[in-house]
Design a protein around this ligand. Structure first.
Ligand SMILES: Nc1ncnc2c1ncn2[C@@H]1O[C@H](COP(=O)(O)OP(=O)(O)O)[C@@H](O)[C@H]1O
Ligand SMILES: [Mg+2]
Length: 359
């Protein structure tokens, strides 16, 4: 388990202080994929760098790997009441691999040497190192590139090398800081599949930092949303996607969802969004236990409500429906009210966007 309590980190700049981490707490279950999302400058990179003490927090407590409760006081890490030694810090870091947006490979070294590098001073023989490198290359499916130089590889292949290198010492945790942000969509998908695979096969815990909702949706179990050094929302990926609470989370979700287009249509006063008196423009969102689209048809028939669909998008996430429909509902006031009640009872959340009813 990884547990972080009341983590604080302020950078003191000439232009003023920046609170990169402003009292951050969360815990990550062993073997899970934990996403952290936020816009640029939210404090995500500082957070992951603090997890392995590449950056030392000012205050707070971190439990990671064998180190239960590393306490920070005035920027000094202490463990079991004593200042943490460099040796302890290095030992802790060996249990944590890290990958980055720009891969950070040694450009003048071959794939073999890049991966072998962290194994160099670990007391292994040359033969053992060679064997381990082969193993790692098989794991990331890149055996044929063993003698290539980074400049001869695609972005996706470079990230595979970086992943192999990060896993060389068999860490139990992998920190990924925007690892797919420099990749095209195909490479992104294949790297995310690889990470999910490693998570399943090796049981490795993954902490995934990103500014892209799609990345979270693809592989994370839980997600924390960061803004200005704070976690503003945290939960299972399904709950956060289906019912975001914080304004910034709503913004993230809506920008990633086809249903988000409605905001622009309304702002532009599009003819699609014009309603007559008595009508309602509504977002009908499928919730966890909703059994599917036929609820809408049933509602329309049973309550004589007409549904004129403007946008629709439903997908399945962790086995549950995500998304819904945006459309104009019309019918008698009683039928409309009863129809909407029926939807709510059947786990379809109604968000009225424009209301032509008189009350
Ligand atoms: N080493 C540093 N020195 C000074 N300011 C920093 C440093 N690292 C990060 N910051 C500042 O802290 C804030 C959070 O940065 P960062 O953690 O990199 O955010 P993110 O990864 O979410 O984009 C930003 O305002 C950034 O400018
Ligand atoms: Mg960053």
């Amino acid at each position: 388990m990884i547990e972080v309590k009341n983590l604080k980190k302020t950078f003191h700049l000439k232009s003023g202080d920046v609170k990169a981490l402003d009292d951050v707490s969360f815990s990550i279950q062993e073997g899970s994929v934990y996403g952290v999302i936020g816009y640029s400058g939210a404090g995500k990179s500082t957070l992951v760098r603090c997890l392995n003490l590449l950056e030392v927090p000012d205050e707070g407590t971190i439990t990671i790997e064998d180190y239960q409760g590393i306490e920070m006081h005035g920027g000094i890490p202490t463990y079991q009441g004593k200042r943490m030694t460099a040796r302890q810090q290095n030992q802790m870091r060996r249990g944590i691999g890290m990958i980055f947006q720009h891969f950070n490979l040694l450009e003048r070294s071959t794939v073999f040497d890049n991966i072998a590098y962290p194994l160099k001073y670990t007391g292994r023989s040359k033969a053992e190192i060679a064997e381990r490198v082969q193993e790692l290359l098989a794991l990331v499916d890149l055996r044929e590139k063993i003698d290539a130089f980074p400049s001869q590889l695609s972005g996706g292949q470079k990230q595979r090398v970086a992943i192999a290198r990060a896993l060389a010492a068999n860490p139990r945790i992998l920190l990924s800081d925007e690892a797919t942000s420099a990749l095209d969509p195909d490479a992104t998908e294949s790297i995310l599949n690889l990470l999910k695979d490693l998570n399943r096969k090796l049981g490795i815990t993954i902490v995934l930092i990103t500014h892209e909702m799609a990345v979270i949706k693809a592989i994370a179990d839980r997600v924390a949303v960061m803004e200005e050094g704070k976690i503003v929302e945290e939960g299972t990926v399904y709950d956060i996607f289906s019912d975001p609470q914080a304004p910034i989370t709503r913004k993230f979700i809506s920008s990633a969802s086809p249903l988000g287009k409605i905001d622009k249509l309304i702002a532009d006063d599009s003819s699609l969004t014009q309603i007559k008196p008595g009508e309602v423009l509504a977002k009908l969102i499928f919730q966890k236990d909703c059994v599917g689209e036929h609820i809408l048809t049933t509602m329309a028939q049973q309550y004589s409500v007409n549904l004129n669909i403007i946008l629709a998008n439903v997908e399945y996430l962790h086995g549950n429906p995500l998304g819904g429909t945006i459309g104009i509902l019309s019918g008698s006031p009683e039928n409309l009210a009863a129809g909407i009640r029926f939807l709510e009872e059947n786990h379809v959340r109604t968000e009225v966007l424009k209301d032509g009813r008189v009350d």
